[in-house]
Design a protein around this ligand. Structure first.
Ligand code: NAP
Length: 331
């Protein structure tokens, strides 16, 4: 009997990589897709054969709708439940705070409540976020023990979900883990995140359909990893003897400027000829040092990121060039 996994947010960046990983390990994978998704199968198109064979099963439902959620979860009867579904954009969460809190915060409680009521032994992974450390992190690098001080509706909702997961673990002895994840990117990143905006922008400049790329503060630094590496840490955290919390990060920080320079270098172009600084994209958190210490994940899970910063930039720019049918000159 194959193991069964359930992934909320399966149509998102991480969900699609996690589905791939679990299908490769022989799991039967069930995934929740929101009815409101405009193109839910876009990142899952290459898994069509698994869907046809029934190894991958997609269900319409919503993290805000307990009745559909409970019905689908009962039907799927998972051994492992990964909660990746979210309104995951920090800036957008200021526009829709209540909606963000409902999906990210209460959505997590709905899953934990179902798990508690079902009494079946199963394992739960919560996608927590480094955004919980806020605009001025209490220490650098940040660890599992670093105090949190969330400074956006998204971060507040993630903090609530994070501590509810820990509470259900402690109070009801559920096997519930959290991964405090720092930024991770890929060619499947949504286009309103800066890395994808740069990769796509460079490809469009090469294709001749764009003249300039408008960006915010290039000095802002991030701890950027590759999503495909990060989903492996999610899986590993559920294969341990005991549930725990792990920082999932690369431990390196890089300025947006470095991402820009490498992307334009690969295109054989000078970034300064195309990049325009636009203050509308500046964020209050641009000056913080958000960088994770992945020491515990390395020690307890045997996990470490395999993809370097430069390799990540390259695979993102290459993928956007391939989408537009243009060749990247410097690779
Ligand atoms: P993502 O691409 O935005 O994926 C999130 C998925 O959740 C999307 O498919 C989205 O569907 C779905 N969703 C939204 N509202 C929903 C609802 N009401 N019910 C069910 N599903 C819903 O995010 P990601 O980058 O893969 O991240 C995965 C998880 O890790 C998220 O929880 C995110 O907050 C967290 N995280 C990510 C990072 C990062 O750097 N990527 C860092 C820390 C934590 P639509 O596309 O249709 O909206």
């Amino acid at each position: 009997m194959p193991k069964r996994a359930f992934i909320t947010g399966i149509a998102g960046q991480d969900g699609s990589y996690l589905a791939e990983l679990l299908l490769g390990k022989g799991y039967q994978v069930h995934g929740l897709i929101a009815r409101s998704s405009h193109n839910p199968r876009e990142r899952l198109a290459h898994l069509a054969a698994a869907e046809t064979s029934g190894q991958l099963q997609l269900h319409y439902g919503d993290l805000t709708d307990s009745s559909s959620l409970f019905r689908i979860l009962t039907l799927a009867d998972p051994d492992e439940l990964y909660n990746l579904g979210a309104q995951s954009h920090v800036a957008i969460s200021f526009e829709i705070p209540e909606y963000t809190a409902n999906i990210v915060g209460l959505g997590t409680v709905r899953l934990l409540e179902w798990m508690r009521a079902s009494k079946k032994p199963m394992r739960f992974f919560q996608a927590s976020s480094a955004e919980m450390f806020g605009a001025a992190p209490a220490e650098v690098p940040q660890r599992e023990t670093t105090p949190v001080f969330p400074t956006s509706p998204y971060a507040c909702a993630k903090t609530f979900a994070h501590f509810m997961t820990i509470n259900y673990r402690e109070n009801y002895q559920l096997f519930a883990c959290t991964g405090i994840m720092f930024n991770h990117e890929s060619p499947r990143r949504a286009e309103n995140f800066v890395t994808r905006k740069i990769a796509r922008g460079v490809a469009e400049i090469l294709a001749g359909t764009r003249r300039e790329l408008r960006l915010g503060n290039l000095a802002a630094e991030k701890d950027w990893g590759y999503a495909q590496d990060f989903v492996e840490a999610m899986w590993l955290s559920l294969q341990q003897d005991k549930p725990d919390d792990y920082v999932i990060a690369t431990g390196e920080s890089h300025a947006v400027q470095e991402f820009v320079d490498e992307a334009f270098r690969l295109a054989g172009l000078q970034a300064s000829d195309y990049v325009v600084i636009d203050s509308q994209f500046f964020r209050p958190t641009d000056t913080r040092r958000l960088v994770g210490d992945p020491g515990k994940a390395r020690e307890k899970l045997g996990w470490q990121p395999r993809t370097s910063f430069r390799a990540l930039v390259r695979l993102m720019v290459e993928a956007d060039c391939a989408r537009l049918g243009v060749k990247l000159p410097m690779v």
